[in-house]
Design a binder for this molecule. Structure first.
Ligand code: HEC
Ligand code: HEC
Ligand code: HEC
Ligand code: HEC
Length: 233
């Protein structure tokens, strides 16, 4: 009986641990201990947090010409964008033919072609599909004619134009969670990955996928709160 009880407790612990791992989301308290804190990984030999993405000086390995003192390799993939494909007629704002700006930085890890450890000029050995069963790979769907298929993901590198699309709130006055106004989360006037997610987990809602605004009452907000922050619906 005692043995059974022990077994039973072990099983509960294992289930508990699995749940903790699959909910390894942000806590809204900054990058330390957040999903993007890789300071404790064996492959991160300097043990620094920022260095995986930013470096203070160009040692010949960084991508500083991209801005933000970027130190991580970028993907050379091409993408089928939402605004290309047959969806083009739905779009009112100006659409980029390929991801640019901040989205390009995120895709350098998240599209699965470049190693998470591919910074400081290192070659890659660990990829996004090895985290959380691959659910963090964006896009996670098969390529189309050699292009990564972004046509079924929210438009990115898309102009936020509330004149061309009057069903968008005024970005200069509409508050975006703790991040200021919508304008503050645009990148050169465009929606990027970073418009919805806070990579540093500073202004994001705890226990979400680093979202700037909660999407449900469970997350402490209102239903589809993030979507309704930008879209008048
Ligand atoms: C996983 C990659 C990653 C890590 C690690 C990271 N950053 Fe960033 N950082 C980004 C990206 C992407 C941007 C641009 C998007 C944005 O600002 O939301 C950025 C932007 C910035 C900016 C300019 C915009 C702003 O938010 O003020 C600063 C400053 C910055 N990071 C500092 C840091 C520091 C300091 C650390 C370490 C404590 C750090 N970052 C760790 C990815 C990272
Ligand atoms: C318009 C807002 C928006 C944009 C833009 C956006 N996301 Fe998301 N993302 C979300 C929301 C909302 C969720 C949570 C989805 C859910 O719970 O099903 C999410 C989930 C995720 C997840 C977790 C996936 C999972 O299934 O666990 C990752 C990783 C992610 N996004 C990365 C990205 C990257 C990289 C980009 C840019 C290429 C991006 N996102 C652009 C809103 C956005
Ligand atoms: C250096 C590589 C790298 C870069 C650059 C990067 N990420 Fe990530 N991201 C990861 C890894 C690895 C994970 C999974 C972490 C884990 O679960 O331990 C992750 C997790 C996430 C998650 C899910 C968090 C969770 O647990 O719910 C989101 C959302 C996300 N990233 C968005 C972004 C966005 C948006 C950008 C750009 C602004 C970005 N990432 C840039 C490597 C990166
Ligand atoms: C940061 C602001 C922002 C957020 C948050 C946001 N969107 Fe968008 N969304 C846009 C912009 C800008 C466009 C492009 C509009 C255009 O030019 O037609 C767009 C386009 C779309 C489209 C395509 C419409 C079309 O005309 O083709 C859909 C559908 C959509 N968003 C749904 C959502 C949903 C669902 C959410 C929440 C998960 C969301 N959006 C969150 C800004 C946002």
């Amino acid at each position: 009986m005692k043995k059974l009880a022990t077994l039973c407790c072990t099983a509960i612990m294992v289930i508990g641990m699995t749940a903790t791992i699959s909910f390894a989301e942000g806590n809204g308290a900054g990058i330390v201990g957040s999903p993007h804190d890789f300071s404790d990984r064996t492959w991160n030999t300097s043990g620094e947090i920022c260095r995986v993405c930013h470096v203070p000086h160009d040692f010949g390995s960084n991508r500083a010409d991209f801005g933000l003192l970027w130190n991580h390799d970028l993907s050379s993939s091409t993408y089928l964008m939402y605004a290309e494909d047959s969806h083009a007629n739905f779009i009112d704002g100006a659409a980029e033919p390929e991801p640019m700006g901040v989205s390009k930085l995120c895709l350098g890890c998240h599209d699965g072609t470049i190693g998470i450890d591919q910074f400081d000029g290192n070659s890659g050995s660990i990829y996004i599909d090895s985290f959380a069963g691959g659910q963090f790979q964006i896009p996670g769907i098969p390529d189309v004619s050699g292009d990564k298929n972004m046509s079924n993901t929210h438009p990115i590198s898309i102009e936020y134009n509330n004149v061309a699309d009057p069903n968008l709130w005024d970005p200069t006055t509409r508050v975006m969670g703790l991040s200021g106004t919508i304008s503050d989360v645009l990148d050169n006037g465009r929606v990027q990955c970073s418009s919805c997610h806070d990579v540093h987990d500073q202004e994001s809602v705890p226990n979400t996928h680093l979202l700037r605004v909660a999407q449900s009452a469970n997350q402490g907000g209102t239903a589809s709160g993030l979507c309704l922050t930008c879209h008048i619906k």
